[in-house]
Design a protein around this ligand. Structure first.
Ligand code: ZN
Length: 268
């Protein structure tokens, strides 16, 4: 059975969570990692959760924003080091939309030592994906799709788990109806919820093109989602986030609602 490793659950500017990123672990203990958060903190989280770096061979980056992208520099840094030391078998595949391959290459060229940067194109591969592209990742068919962001080009994906269930990641913006065919009826949906609807005046989610808990729950209900995971949130309610978000969301969503903390595992 697959497990969802939740690395971070915060939005871009949080200080008390790590930025939202996660991995799907298959029964053979291999990981498909999705986003990397904003920096070096990802390495501590992997260590805390006993995720072995040599078991990560597939990473998908949704978009270019700092809170999703910059951790990739550190992942490349540590994996390239292990490759050079004979402590990482095989290759690392990084999937992202076409323009992002250039961005990642440039950032790595400017910030990594030449001996590490040289691994890109050798044993580290930047693999461009396009709207509707299907890839086999680990033992899963994964379909990538453009979420039609108005801020920065961003991709999500949907995949079929070994038990036949569909797992879909919508990225960090509200669902766009153009993506309905990829998202509707998913057994699992990850969706952003910037804050509570009742605190929208305080956090101003709509100005930032984000959703509230109520919005995400109403949306998931209308799409027939069975399990909804909310994250990419503010951190001012940290002590009571789970309780408050659940209280607000439950009246609008009849499926199972998950509001995970950083460094937790959900069985899919
Ligand atoms: Zn974000």
């Amino acid at each position: 059975m697959e497990q969802l490793y939740v690395f971070g659950t915060g939005n871009a500017t949080v200080t008390r969570y790590y930025n939202t990123c996660f991995a799907i672990k298959n029964p053979e203990n291999q990981y498909f990692m999705v986003d990397t958060g904003g920096g070096n903190g990802i390495l501590r989280i992997l260590e805390d959760m006993q995720v072995s770096i040599p078991d990560i061979h597939h990473i998908f980056i949704t978009h270019e924003h700092t809170d999703h992208l910059l951790g990739i520099v550190w992942m490349i840094r540590v994996i390239a080091t292990r490759m050079k030391n004979g402590k990482y078998d095989g290759d690392l595949n990084i999937y992202c939309h076409e323009a992002l391959t250039e961005t990642i290459t440039t950032i790595c060229r400017l910030t990594l030592q030449g001996k590490f940067f040289k691994m890109i194109g050798d044993r580290i591969h930047l693999i461009p994906v396009h709207d509707g592209d299907k890839r086999q990742i680990l033992n899963y068919p994964v379909t990538f799709f453009d979420i039609h962001s108005t801020k920065a080009m961003q991709y999500g994906f949907t995949m079929t788990l070994e038990n036949g269930k569909q797992f879909t990641c919508c990225g960090d913006e509200p669902f766009n109806p153009l993506c309905e065919s990829y998202v509707k009826g998913s057994d699992w949906l990850t969706h952003e919820a910037f804050c509570l609807y009742s605190q929208r005046e305080q956090f101003k989610p709509y100005e930032k093109h984000h959703s509230t808990v109520k919005d995400a729950c109403e949306l998931a209900e209308s799409l027939g989602i069975k399990n909804l995971i909310l994250w990419h949130t503010e951190d001012k309610n940290k002590e009571n986030r789970e309780k408050l978000y659940r209280e607000e969301g439950t009246p609008y969503f009849t499926g199972n609602l998950f509001i995970p903390e950083d460094e937790t595992v959900i069985t899919l």
